[in-house]
Design a protein around this ligand. Sequence first.
Ligand code: PGA
Length: 254
Amino acid sequence: MRKKLIAANWKMYKNPEQTKAFFHEFLPLVAGHTRDEIVVCPPYIDLCVAIESCKGSNVAIGAQNLYWEKQGAYTGEICPAMLLDIGCTHVIIGHSERRQYFGDTEETVAKKTKAALAAGLIPIVCVGESLAQREAGHTEKICHGQFTGGPGALTPEEFSRILIAYEPVWAIGTGKTATPEIAAAAHRFLRQCAAEKFGAERASALRILYGGSVKPDNIEGLMAQEELDGALVGGASLDAKAFASIVNGCESAR
Ligand code: PGA
């Protein structure tokens, strides 16, 4: 039985004060929820406040990106050890917005993932097709390519320490959630890619999250699909009540 994980991706929203206020409201709403893992990924400037606010709670904190070098003259970048040192446990890698606007490629995704793992962080590696790619019937080809060039480039041991998030780009921030069946089919395909590369045992231990317009009113339907091992939530994670209701909905789906 794979443990589910619900992650929040705050993107470029909230300052430290708003972060503190969020956790003040959120933590009591999910207290005692130990069946699933909860991870919140705020912007870099909020990480310390978030970690301080969540000390001793059931909520872990992750970053939304990192750079693969250990240190050096890389203006504006953050390395894996910096994240680990302040108490981050997770990091999102290769989100479609990073691929689309900031030049992340299969190759940089693999480099970032390896660097995160070497430092001891848990990467959540994102893959997913665009609307045009889906409509052209290329969903599997795109997911296969993103899998092979990214997670597929890891060693089997490295691979056993990552999570994958399937996020169809057409469902992100659009209000168009993939139906539970569409999501499950893509998850099954990704698990098959994992099995081909790393064997059935590692593939069946892999946790694959779904992301793209996850809301309090669709979480139960999504989580009722055995293939879905949790969710990566953008917009709806900014509101403490809505995100708590997603976390609790994940539990009641079973
Ligand atoms: P959304 O974003 O929930 O706002 O669609 C999901 C994501 O980009 O991770």
